[in-house]
Design a protein around this ligand. Structure first.
Ligand SMILES: Cc1ncc(COP(=O)(O)O)c(C=O)c1O
Length: 512
């Protein structure tokens, strides 16, 4: 019988290391239970940890300064490194007062799902390569269509995130609307510039996609926004008309279902009307706001999303999933196939039934893909849409409560209305408030610039302080302290602590 301590591989001197490659089930049980204990402790402590570590890049570099390992280390040592260096030196997206950017906290069930995904290590390229995984992805995509109220004939797939979903959708839009075969002949075969329209609040990944696809970032027209920072339909049609007059080809309008800066939600119905009138592809970037469809108070905003030609969503945002998991949906699956299908002998599907001929590579840019659907499927199956809807509603309520606190305060002001769960505000000390009220023109601009600088310092100091974390946005040219509530752990008390923290830091910074 083979010696299990070396897995029967007795190449002299490397027995132990090769055993680490081909771990015995008992060793795996020991390693996994140690790791589970580390994770459980992390979850237990997360509320008490500083949101952001007091450290520097130099310090972290020094702590991890190790030579390329020739011989392996004991797993317990690596776990200790995780607990003693990686955890304390990290920013904690799962902390209830981490309000920066749009960062999901992750959940326990999806952390386990990620481990199971890696253990099975399915290659989710096609039905043939990932029989059950392919089916779970199709079921889960179907559930997401039901959540937002999309066409049941639509198809889609999971990708790395919202940026990749936007890129894939715009690739399809361009392929379908181009006046030449751009897939074969390239963008140089076009006789006129193809123009995209998106509000000035839209996400940079749309502009990046335009640059990458040869559409050109200069051909993305930024449309004005209304008082709620939503796309202004009159300006949209004006820009389209202008472009037609100039000999360009308007081909795509992007509506944002929750902008990254302020959470503004563009009017989907009116945007769809414009898209239909000018024969434009309508894409909805619902990367942030898409799962707000689960919240009863926001459901009606999605009423006409079914008219979109494509939609980007990000389960790794408001479905509380860990990175990475984005999702792209296409109303007409044939349009996606026309864009992404390419033949090669190794991708030739030899199958008996139609379902078995299905291949994800016909719907997106990637070939090898991990089993992302498992964590979405486990999350939805384990938690259910009702509890998720309540958690999302609670996040919106926290943001609204913060808006109320700001509105009744004397030393802060809101810079944008709360539409979903993002809030943008700034500190305006009383003495500056009265100065600003009396100023106009260049004088008001000068005071605002001082406030921009002051609030930027407040943000930096608040991040260093470690109790609460905000990031920033620019709202109508002004620097805003910006927070996004996207964590089921966050309570209304956390919103009060955030305000106290910000005020404490603001008073300290403004007297320095
Ligand atoms: C509206 C919007 N679109 C796209 C993205 C890009 O998503 P990802 O970071 O998953 O690539 C974001 C990210 O915050 C976003 O808020």
């Amino acid at each position: 019988m083979a010696d299990r301590s070396t897995n029967g591989n007795d190449l002299e001197g490397i027995g132990l290391e090769s055993a680490r490659l081909d771990t015995t089930p008992d060793d795996f049980r020991r390693m996994a239970s140690e790791a589970v204990e580390v994770i459980a402790r992390y979850y237990e402590q997360i509320r008490e940890l500083p949101v952001f570590p007091v450290t520097t890049a130099r310090e972290i570099e020094k702590l991890l300064d190790e030579a390329l390992p020739e011989t392996g280390a004991d797993f317990s040592r690596l776990l200790s490194l995780f607990s003693e260096v990686i955890v304390p030196m990290s920013r904690h997206n799962g902390h209830p007062r981490f309000f920066g950017y749009i960062a999901s906290p992750g959940t326990a069930v999806t952390a386990i799902a990620d481990m199971l995904t890696s253990a099975l290590n399915a290659t989710v390229t096609s039905w043939r390569s990932a029989t059950v995984a392919a089916q779970i992805e199709r079921v889960t995509i179907d559930w997401i269509k039901q959540i937002i109220g999309y066409d049941s004939r639509a198809e889609g797939l999971f990708v790395s995130g919202g940026s990749m979903a936007n890129l894939a959708a715009l690739a399809v839009a361009r392929r379908i609307k181009a006046r030449a075969d751009v897939s074969a002949q390239g963008a140089q075969s076009l006789d006129r510039a193809m123009r995209i329209y998106i509000s000035g609040e839209g996400h940079l990944s749309i502009i990046k996609a335009a640059a990458l696809l040869g559409i050109g970032s200069a051909n993305v027209r930024l449309v004005r926004v209304d008082s709620r920072l939503r796309i202004e339909i009159d300006d949209l049609t004006e820009k389209i008309e202008e472009d037609i007059q100039a000999g360009h080809q308007p081909f795509c309008v992007v509506a944002s279902a929750g902008t990254v800066g302020t959470g503004a939600f563009d009017p989907l119905g009116e945007t769809a009307d414009v898209a239909r009138r000018y024969d434009l592809w309508m894409h909805v970037d619902a990367s942030y706001g898409g799962f707000a469809a689960l919240a009863p108070s926001r459901k009606q905003w999605f009423e006409r999303i079914a008219e979109a030609d494509s939609i980007a969503l990000d389960p790794h945002k408001w479905l509380y999933l860990p990175l990475d998991c984005g999702c792209v949906l296409y109303r007409d699956p044939a349009a996606a196939r026309a864009t992404f299908s390419h033949d090669a002998e190794y991708t030739r599907v030899i199958a008996r039934e139609e379902d078995e001929q299905f291949a994800f590579w016909d719907y997106g840019p990637e070939l090898s893909r991990r089993f992302r659907a498992l964590k979405v499927w486990m999350m939805l199956s384990h938690v259910g849409t009702r509890a998720l809807g309540l958690a999302i509603e609670q996040n919106i309520a926290c943001a609204k409560q913060f808006e109320q606190l700001i509105c009744v305060s004397e030393d802060f002001e809101m810079l944008a209305p709360v539409e979903l769960s993002i809030f943008c505000f700034r500190y305006v000390p009383l003495r500056i408030k009265s100065e600003l009220e009396q100023a106009s023109g260049e004088r008001a601009e000068e005071i605002n610039r001082r406030l921009d600088a002051l609030n930027e310092r407040i943000m930096v100091e608040l991040q260093r302080d470690g109790s609460s974390y905000l990031s920033n946005a620019r709202v109508r040219g002004r620097f805003a302290l910006r927070g996004c509530v996207i964590n089921y752990r966050t309570t209304k008390q956390d919103m009060e602590i955030l305000l106290d923290d910000t005020r404490r830091i603001a008073q300290k910074v403004s007297t320095e």
